[in-house]
Design a protein around this ligand. Structure first.
Ligand code: ADP
Ligand code: AMP
Length: 215
Protein backbone atom coordinates (compact mmCIF):
# COMPACT_ATOMS: atom_id res chain seq x y z
CA UNK A 1 0.00 0.00 0.00
CA UNK A 2 1.45 3.34 -1.08
CA UNK A 3 0.06 6.29 0.79
CA UNK A 4 0.70 10.03 0.46
CA UNK A 5 -0.26 12.36 3.32
CA UNK A 6 -1.49 15.79 2.24
CA UNK A 7 -2.28 18.79 4.42
CA UNK A 8 -0.88 22.06 5.70
CA UNK A 9 2.23 22.09 7.89
CA UNK A 10 0.98 21.15 11.35
CA UNK A 11 -2.22 19.46 10.14
CA UNK A 12 -1.13 16.22 11.79
CA UNK A 13 0.39 14.37 8.81
CA UNK A 14 3.37 13.11 10.80
CA UNK A 15 1.22 12.08 13.76
CA UNK A 16 -1.12 10.08 11.54
CA UNK A 17 1.67 8.67 9.34
CA UNK A 18 3.37 7.30 12.43
CA UNK A 19 0.16 5.52 13.48
CA UNK A 20 -0.43 4.17 9.95
CA UNK A 21 3.14 2.86 9.82
CA UNK A 22 2.75 1.09 13.17
CA UNK A 23 -0.62 -0.48 12.34
CA UNK A 24 0.13 -1.60 8.77
CA UNK A 25 3.84 -2.40 9.15
CA UNK A 26 5.09 -0.07 6.41
CA UNK A 27 7.82 2.58 6.72
CA UNK A 28 6.94 6.19 7.54
CA UNK A 29 9.03 8.40 5.26
CA UNK A 30 9.21 12.09 6.13
CA UNK A 31 11.38 14.26 3.91
CA UNK A 32 11.38 16.88 6.69
CA UNK A 33 12.78 14.29 9.15
CA UNK A 34 15.45 13.26 6.62
CA UNK A 35 16.50 16.90 6.17
CA UNK A 36 16.57 17.48 9.96
CA UNK A 37 18.68 14.31 10.44
CA UNK A 38 21.15 15.67 7.86
CA UNK A 39 21.21 19.09 9.53
CA UNK A 40 21.93 17.49 12.91
CA UNK A 41 24.78 15.49 11.39
CA UNK A 42 26.24 18.47 9.53
CA UNK A 43 26.12 16.86 6.06
CA UNK A 44 26.35 18.92 2.85
CA UNK A 45 22.71 18.10 2.13
CA UNK A 46 21.76 19.32 5.60
CA UNK A 47 23.69 22.59 5.14
CA UNK A 48 21.97 23.23 1.81
CA UNK A 49 18.46 22.31 3.06
CA UNK A 50 18.77 24.43 6.23
CA UNK A 51 19.05 27.66 4.20
CA UNK A 52 15.55 27.09 2.85
CA UNK A 53 13.94 25.48 5.89
CA UNK A 54 14.89 28.30 8.27
CA UNK A 55 13.12 30.74 5.97
CA UNK A 56 9.98 28.64 5.71
CA UNK A 57 10.69 27.96 2.01
CA UNK A 58 10.68 24.64 0.20
CA UNK A 59 13.96 22.89 -0.48
CA UNK A 60 14.46 22.82 -4.30
CA UNK A 61 12.70 19.97 -6.11
CA UNK A 62 15.89 18.60 -7.62
CA UNK A 63 17.46 17.93 -4.23
CA UNK A 64 14.27 16.64 -2.61
CA UNK A 65 13.27 14.30 -5.42
CA UNK A 66 16.68 12.63 -5.54
CA UNK A 67 16.58 12.04 -1.80
CA UNK A 68 13.07 10.59 -1.91
CA UNK A 69 13.71 8.28 -4.87
CA UNK A 70 16.80 6.88 -3.14
CA UNK A 71 14.77 6.25 -0.01
CA UNK A 72 11.82 4.48 -1.66
CA UNK A 73 14.22 2.26 -3.62
CA UNK A 74 15.32 0.64 -0.34
CA UNK A 75 14.28 -2.90 0.48
CA UNK A 76 11.91 -2.04 3.31
CA UNK A 77 9.70 -0.14 0.83
CA UNK A 78 8.81 -3.10 -1.36
CA UNK A 79 5.42 -3.65 0.32
CA UNK A 80 4.60 0.05 0.38
CA UNK A 81 5.15 3.14 2.50
CA UNK A 82 3.51 6.23 3.86
CA UNK A 83 4.98 9.50 2.59
CA UNK A 84 4.71 12.50 4.91
CA UNK A 85 5.69 15.88 3.48
CA UNK A 86 6.31 14.57 -0.03
CA UNK A 87 5.21 15.47 -2.66
CA UNK A 88 4.90 19.17 -1.87
CA UNK A 89 4.83 20.52 -5.44
CA UNK A 90 3.24 19.37 -8.70
CA UNK A 91 6.65 18.58 -10.28
CA UNK A 92 7.49 16.37 -7.27
CA UNK A 93 4.15 14.54 -7.67
CA UNK A 94 4.80 14.04 -11.36
CA UNK A 95 8.20 12.50 -10.72
CA UNK A 96 6.66 10.11 -8.19
CA UNK A 97 3.85 9.14 -10.58
CA UNK A 98 6.34 8.46 -13.41
CA UNK A 99 8.66 6.47 -11.15
CA UNK A 100 5.78 4.31 -9.94
CA UNK A 101 4.47 3.82 -13.49
CA UNK A 102 7.83 2.29 -14.40
CA UNK A 103 7.07 -0.37 -11.79
CA UNK A 104 3.43 -0.72 -12.86
CA UNK A 105 2.44 0.82 -9.54
CA UNK A 106 0.66 3.93 -8.27
CA UNK A 107 -0.20 5.91 -5.17
CA UNK A 108 -3.17 4.00 -3.69
CA UNK A 109 -4.42 6.71 -1.34
CA UNK A 110 -3.71 10.42 -0.92
CA UNK A 111 -5.05 11.26 2.53
CA UNK A 112 -5.77 14.95 2.92
CA UNK A 113 -5.79 15.95 6.59
CA UNK A 114 -7.93 19.06 6.51
CA UNK A 115 -7.33 21.73 9.19
CA UNK A 116 -8.08 25.48 8.86
CA UNK A 117 -5.21 27.97 9.11
CA UNK A 118 -6.37 29.37 12.51
CA UNK A 119 -6.01 25.93 14.13
CA UNK A 120 -2.64 25.39 12.45
CA UNK A 121 -1.11 28.47 14.05
CA UNK A 122 -2.26 27.31 17.50
CA UNK A 123 -0.95 23.79 16.96
CA UNK A 124 2.48 24.78 15.73
CA UNK A 125 3.13 27.00 18.77
CA UNK A 126 2.56 23.94 20.98
CA UNK A 127 4.47 21.40 18.90
CA UNK A 128 7.62 20.05 20.50
CA UNK A 129 10.15 17.84 18.74
CA UNK A 130 12.80 15.57 20.18
CA UNK A 131 16.33 16.82 19.41
CA UNK A 132 17.53 13.24 19.11
CA UNK A 133 14.89 11.00 17.47
CA UNK A 134 12.54 13.61 15.97
CA UNK A 135 9.41 12.29 17.75
CA UNK A 136 6.67 14.91 17.86
CA UNK A 137 4.50 16.01 20.79
CA UNK A 138 2.09 18.81 21.63
CA UNK A 139 2.13 20.56 25.00
CA UNK A 140 -1.66 20.20 25.30
CA UNK A 141 -2.97 17.68 22.74
CA UNK A 142 -0.22 15.05 22.79
CA UNK A 143 1.86 15.79 25.89
CA UNK A 144 4.89 13.68 26.83
CA UNK A 145 4.78 11.82 30.17
CA UNK A 146 7.42 14.16 31.62
CA UNK A 147 7.37 17.78 30.44
CA UNK A 148 10.19 18.58 28.02
CA UNK A 149 11.46 14.97 27.85
CA UNK A 150 10.96 12.51 24.96
CA UNK A 151 8.94 9.38 25.96
CA UNK A 152 10.80 7.31 23.37
CA UNK A 153 14.47 8.14 24.00
CA UNK A 154 14.62 10.48 27.02
CA UNK A 155 16.20 13.38 25.11
CA UNK A 156 15.19 17.04 25.27
CA UNK A 157 12.10 18.41 23.50
CA UNK A 158 12.33 21.77 21.73
CA UNK A 159 10.25 24.15 19.62
CA UNK A 160 11.46 23.68 16.04
CA UNK A 161 13.10 26.82 14.58
CA UNK A 162 10.61 26.79 11.72
CA UNK A 163 7.64 26.55 14.13
CA UNK A 164 8.19 30.14 15.37
CA UNK A 165 5.06 32.18 14.52
CA UNK A 166 6.64 34.36 11.76
CA UNK A 167 7.96 31.28 9.94
CA UNK A 168 4.66 29.42 10.35
CA UNK A 169 2.87 32.23 8.48
CA UNK A 170 5.39 31.98 5.64
CA UNK A 171 5.06 28.19 5.52
CA UNK A 172 1.27 28.47 5.30
CA UNK A 173 1.60 30.86 2.37
CA UNK A 174 3.98 28.46 0.62
CA UNK A 175 1.54 25.61 1.35
CA UNK A 176 -1.40 27.42 -0.25
CA UNK A 177 0.62 28.44 -3.30
CA UNK A 178 2.64 25.33 -4.03
CA UNK A 179 1.25 22.31 -2.17
CA UNK A 180 -2.53 22.76 -2.06
CA UNK A 181 -2.81 22.18 -5.87
CA UNK A 182 -1.88 18.55 -5.13
CA UNK A 183 -5.37 18.04 -3.72
CA UNK A 184 -6.81 18.51 -7.20
CA UNK A 185 -3.96 16.50 -8.76
CA UNK A 186 -4.81 13.41 -6.68
CA UNK A 187 -8.55 14.03 -6.89
CA UNK A 188 -8.27 13.72 -10.67
CA UNK A 189 -6.45 10.42 -10.20
CA UNK A 190 -9.38 9.17 -8.06
CA UNK A 191 -7.27 8.45 -4.98
CA UNK A 192 -7.96 11.51 -2.84
CA UNK A 193 -9.65 10.98 0.54
CA UNK A 194 -10.21 13.94 2.86
CA UNK A 195 -10.51 13.59 6.64
CA UNK A 196 -11.46 16.26 9.17
CA UNK A 197 -8.16 16.83 10.99
CA UNK A 198 -9.57 19.16 13.65
CA UNK A 199 -10.80 16.33 15.88
CA UNK A 200 -8.98 14.25 18.45
CA UNK A 201 -6.02 12.47 16.85
CA UNK A 202 -7.46 9.01 17.60
CA UNK A 203 -10.74 9.93 15.89
CA UNK A 204 -8.81 11.16 12.87
CA UNK A 205 -6.90 7.89 12.80
CA UNK A 206 -10.11 5.82 13.00
CA UNK A 207 -11.36 7.61 9.85
CA UNK A 208 -8.08 6.96 8.05
CA UNK A 209 -8.03 3.28 9.03
CA UNK A 210 -11.61 2.89 7.72
CA UNK A 211 -10.52 4.42 4.39
CA UNK A 212 -7.45 2.19 4.07
CA UNK A 213 -9.49 -0.92 4.84
CA UNK A 214 -12.39 -0.17 2.52
CA UNK A 215 -11.03 -2.23 -0.38
P1 ADP B 1 2.57 17.80 10.33
O1 ADP B 1 3.34 16.52 10.22
O2 ADP B 1 1.37 17.84 9.41
O3 ADP B 1 3.42 19.02 10.21
P2 ADP B 1 2.27 17.04 13.16
O4 ADP B 1 1.82 15.61 13.06
O5 ADP B 1 3.67 17.28 13.58
O6 ADP B 1 1.93 17.84 11.79
O7 ADP B 1 1.26 17.80 14.14
C1 ADP B 1 1.44 19.18 14.47
C2 ADP B 1 1.19 19.38 15.97
O8 ADP B 1 -0.20 19.17 16.26
C3 ADP B 1 1.97 18.41 16.85
O9 ADP B 1 2.36 19.08 18.03
C4 ADP B 1 0.96 17.29 17.15
O10 ADP B 1 1.25 16.65 18.40
C5 ADP B 1 -0.36 18.05 17.19
N1 ADP B 1 -1.50 17.29 16.65
C6 ADP B 1 -1.49 16.35 15.66
N2 ADP B 1 -2.75 15.89 15.43
C7 ADP B 1 -3.56 16.57 16.28
C8 ADP B 1 -4.99 16.55 16.53
N3 ADP B 1 -5.83 15.76 15.84
N4 ADP B 1 -5.47 17.40 17.46
C9 ADP B 1 -4.63 18.22 18.15
N5 ADP B 1 -3.30 18.28 17.98
C10 ADP B 1 -2.76 17.47 17.05
P1 AMP C 1 8.07 19.14 7.53
O1 AMP C 1 8.81 18.43 8.59
O2 AMP C 1 7.36 18.20 6.58
O3 AMP C 1 7.14 20.20 8.07
O4 AMP C 1 9.16 19.89 6.63
C1 AMP C 1 9.99 20.91 7.17
C2 AMP C 1 10.66 21.69 6.05
O5 AMP C 1 11.49 20.81 5.26
C3 AMP C 1 9.72 22.33 5.04
O6 AMP C 1 9.21 23.59 5.49
C4 AMP C 1 10.65 22.46 3.81
O7 AMP C 1 11.56 23.53 3.96
C5 AMP C 1 11.46 21.17 3.89
N1 AMP C 1 10.80 20.08 3.12
C6 AMP C 1 10.29 18.92 3.63
N2 AMP C 1 9.75 18.16 2.65
C7 AMP C 1 9.92 18.87 1.49
C8 AMP C 1 9.55 18.65 0.14
N3 AMP C 1 8.89 17.53 -0.25
N4 AMP C 1 9.88 19.60 -0.78
C9 AMP C 1 10.55 20.70 -0.43
N5 AMP C 1 10.88 21.00 0.84
C10 AMP C 1 10.60 20.09 1.80
Amino acid sequence: MKIVMLGAPGAGKGTQAEMIAAKYGIPHISTGDIFRYNIKNGTDLGKEAKKYMDEGKLVPDELTVRLLLDRVAKDDCKDGYVLDGFPRTIPQAEVLTKELEKQDAKVDFAINVDVPDEDIVRRMGGRRACVNCGATYHVVYAAPKVEGVCDKCGSKLVLRDDDKPETVQKRLKVYHEQTQPLIEYYEKKGVLRTVDGTRDLHEVFADIAAILEQN
